[in-house]
Design a protein around this ligand. Sequence first.
Ligand code: SAH
Length: 235
Amino acid sequence: MLNPEKDPMGHAVSDYWLTGRADKLIVKSDVTEPDEIPVSCLFRTPDEMPAVEIKALEKCRGSVLDIGAGTGVHSLALKARGFGGVKSIDISALSVDVMRSRGVERAACLDFFDSGFKQKYDTLLFLMNGIGIAGTLAGLDYFLNCCIEHLNPGGQILLDSSDISYMFDSSEAFPDHYYGEVLYQMIYKDIYSDIFRWLFVDFNTLRKACSRFGLNCTLLMEEENNSYLARLSPV
Ligand code: SAH
């Protein structure tokens, strides 16, 4: 679980929710210059969501687990569409407080990789590159294994990610490890997160990993900015 003293995003969304404004939420990475995440984006309504996210919401069925739910944007959109029992988890206690006060009923401060967490669902939802929690390609295998353990028979995993190869302007610029393994650090006011790895995975690499786990991997949608939506389901 995230220590609140090292949870810049949690403080940013909490400030925004409580006061209607927030300072700059800065993200540093080893692939681009430091950038700012507009905190209002973390409260986006369906009208403001990218097409891959809308498509993912349309594809949800049965019981849904929203992983890394943040402020609950997708859980709330599903609730508005009549989904009763969406379960929403996040490792940020500050974010969980925000999603609860926004009306997310089944919110829990929980790590998806927690071995004590055993429930199964019909749909696992990982949006805004939620597969990032895998961290590395090696971590992707572990991630897929955990996903399978949380799936009911006939269940599905919906996730969006991107091929970020366009960020490297020459073949020499590519790192030694898989290029989608990005190092990140978030900063808000004087609150610094630990440095963490966040995985962006291109569709072909994902499809190959899925085949090792007996998962069908279907491309549901592609967008111009190299992002895509995929559905994974046991064969
Ligand atoms: N899905 C939200 C938030 C995306 S930010 C949206 O689209 O707006 C990613 C979120 O994942 C953060 O809130 C972070 O705290 C959470 N997270 C990171 N690792 C996690 C893990 N292992 N289990 C559950 N949540 C995690």
